[in-house]
Design a binder for this molecule. Sequence first.
Ligand SMILES: Cc1ncc(COP(=O)(O)O)c(C=O)c1O
Length: 508
Amino acid sequence: MGSIQNQESHHGSSAGTIRPLDPEEFRRQGHLVIDFLADYYNNVEKYPVRSQVEPGYLKKRMPESAPYDPEPIEEILRDVQKDIVPGITHWQSPSYFAYFPASGSIAGFLGEILGIGFNIVGFNWMSSPAATELESIVMDWLGKMLKLPAKFLFSGGGGGVLQGTTCEAILCTVVAARDQMLKKIGRENINKLVVYGSDQTHSALQKAAQIAGINPNNFRAIATTKDNAFGLTAEAFRAAVESDIESGLVPLFLCATIGTTSSTAVDPLAPLCEVAQEYGIWVHVDAAYAGSVCICPEYRHYLDGIENANSFSLNAHKWFLTTLDCCCLWVKDPSALVKTLSTYPEYLRNKASETKQVVDYKDWQITLSRRFRSLKLWLVLRSYGIANLRKFLRSHVKMAQDFEGLIEMDKRFQVVVPRKFATVCFRMSPSEIGGNHESVTREEAANNFNAKLLESINESGKIYMTHAVIGGVYVMRFAVGASLTENWHVILAWKVVQEHANALLTTP
Ligand SMILES: Cc1ncc(COP(=O)(O)O)c(C=O)c1O
């Protein structure tokens, strides 16, 4: 830490004045940070993909309390490199194949910087008209790219909003559906409302139901089977609904998924929506991961039937080159959201809102204050264009296909569920592994073996994958989607899998 004079110069201040937003100092420090990140990306392949630190590692390296005196950015960045980078799991590494991707891009990062740099708080139109209007425009643009029915677009009476995450989007739609229904049947009947998903639906639905005050006994995770590729069938949905009605309950909400988290299964929208319509059930379509790829005509058919759903969301921060957070939610009837989420205190009253000619996005979401997210999505859409976005998505599908091909050539392994997008679920076959003792069945032995194999692969730091258990089967998930991944990373990844499998198979 330097002298007071030095410290003041770090902040571009004259004696006694603090200038936290000095433009020239911002330029200087900003360049340093961008240089730091560019160097990070030059070196990202050198780091173990999954962080190898132990819990509590950082506390040992950090002072007990915040510094009293200011510190220069150069010193802080040195500590980022020394102390923070080791504790990062490198989601942007080309050898990152875990969970679902968080595909980064220059346009996404710079759009984020622009949005943050303006640092507006765009809760209503008046608080920054550009933020609201750009959001409505990009949501219509993206909606058109997905060929969403006109009813989901502002131009067709619906509309889209950028929220933080799918958890928020589902919660907003559940409460909108809840209040719509309770208006009909009386608030005293909240205990009768039932929420439906499948046993593959993301836990975001359960969380939303809990927060929305749905009786925990009225949460249905309908069983799926391998025979139906782990999709929710309309027959199973109908049976659950009819049984609930018979018990005097009120079916409220179905969350259908395009691309489930465990295995990227797809729920058949058209027949599910048909059942839902029959019983007046709100259908939300969660396409957090796979929604992006539906901008490619060959994948659009997964959205067939969406015209009869009520709401639809995807995470642009997963597989669409846009930084976290950026969940795109479209609704056919924005007034349902507004009725349940709107407040209008005196201190927010303004002429524009009074005219009812503007969108006040605070009424479409949980929080009041909101980020300028549309800038980054706008930059992504403009910088890459539909052509390159499709190219990007298809390149990942192709790499996943190649990986699948490599698995199929090694008869010891099997692809457990058919690949639909760019995620492959595979395992070492039970036939290659011992078991069948009294206490351990062949399947249990296979599950244990594959869990051990995955841990040994991840411990190596060379690649990172995560797992799922689908229909009782432990699988390794190979999710291609990191922006730096090239074909040779996939080939190398397969070699890593084989090496670790060989080592484990020969361990007594
Ligand atoms: C299908 C699906 N839905 C919802 C989510 C949750 O997304 P978020 O973290 O944006 O709430 C995920 C996350 O992976 C997902 O795969």
